[in-house]
Design a protein around this ligand. Structure first.
Ligand SMILES: CSC[C@H]1O[C@H](OP(=O)(O)O)[C@H](O)[C@@H]1O
Ligand SMILES: Nc1ncnc2[nH]cnc12
Length: 292
């Protein structure tokens, strides 16, 4: 049994959380670059917490420049065991309306200008991503949202686009009608892939801000409408987060879905063929399986 440390990655509109005991913003160095911002650590109802604003306070990073590898590495380095990602998202479904939350369980990755893996030449690793989110964490997020009075939908496929521009009408229709996606955003990939490589349980909560551009009654995405919805969503997200420690507890059992042993048979490069520099950079992410 280990200790839970809950990592929250806050998306657009969510730049801090409240109620932490011993709260402090901690700068964390990572061999994968500088994280988006310092990380707010503290204790909430007896559970260790670590909050990282994905775009940095003041919203400095665009979806393409978010240092995804540094962020996940820094959380892992701090001892985070479980990551909950909270993201502003467009909806492809009539019933998923602005203000609702969706517990995402699948992704289609259309991003192309980002580093997507901790592994590479000198240490090749292949993890399974068939089920990219952790159902145990998803359960906690769903219950927390319901208890907070939020309209929540369980399950949904998130289309990760590169951005920063929003989709064309043709893309929006294709994602919805042909690809069967439910929500759209610009940041959950490669974040979810990297969390899996780092053996972190990962859940994604999409906060619906708009209907993208497919909806005949809503016209195109308008950033001022999104911002108006974001303000209300951020308060709801904080009330969801406040309920998580009680649901997840301070003592952590191994993940029943195996997220925390994702690297067990993943690394193909023979020990004597591994690049020592890369292996050194992987100390936090893959130290469990790479340490001699
Ligand atoms: C504010 S609209 C576009 C912006 O919002 C989302 O960010 P995040 O996923 O971090 O909440 C979306 O992915 C875009 O980056
Ligand atoms: N419609 C949309 N497309 C991509 N990212 C978004 N974030 C919020 N709304 C979005």
């Amino acid at each position: 049994m280990t200790k839970t440390r809950l990592g929250i990655i806050g998306g657009s509109g969510l730049y801090d959380i409240d109620g932490l005991q011993d709260a402090q913003w901690q700068q964390v160095d990572s061999p994968w670059g500088t994280p988006s911002d310092a990380i707010l650590t503290g204790v909430l109802d007896g559970v260790d917490m670590a909050f990282l604003p994905r775009h940095g306070r003041g919203h400095v990073h665009s979806p393409s420049t978010v240092p995804y590898r540094a962020n996940i590495d820094a959380l892992k380095r701090l001892g985070v065991t479980d990551v909950i990602s909270v993201s502003a998202s467009g909806s492809f479904r009539e019933q998923m309306t602005p203000g609702d939350f969706v517990i995402v369980d699948q992704f289609v990755d259309r991003t192309f200008a980002r580093e997507k893996s901790f592994f590479g030449m000198g240490c090749v690793g292949h993890v399974s991503l068939a089920h990219p989110t952790c159902p145990r964490l998803g359960d906690a997020c769903e219950t927390a949202a319901r208890n907070a009075g939020i309209t929540v939908h369980r399950g949904g496929t998130y289309l990760a686009m590169e951005g920063p521009q929003f989709s064309t009408l043709a893309e929006s229709r294709m994602y919805r009608e042909i690809w069967g996606c439910d929500v759209i955003g610009m940041t959950n990939m490669p974040e979810a892939k990297l969390a899996r490589e780092a053996e972190l349980c990962y859940a994604s909560v999409a906060m619906i801000t708009d209907f993208d551009s497919w909806h005949p009654d809503h016209g195109e995405v308008d950033i001022s409408d999104i911002i108006a919805t974001l303000t209300g969503n951020a308060d709801k997200a904080r009330s969801l987060v406040r309920r998580l420690p009680d649901l997840l507890g301070a003592d952590r059992q191994p993940c029943p879905h195996g997220c925390d042993i994702a690297l067990e048979h993943a690394i193909l490069t023979a020990p004597d063929a591994r690049d020592p520099d890369l292996v050194a950079r992987l100390d936090a992410v893959a130290g469990r399986v790479l340490a001699p």
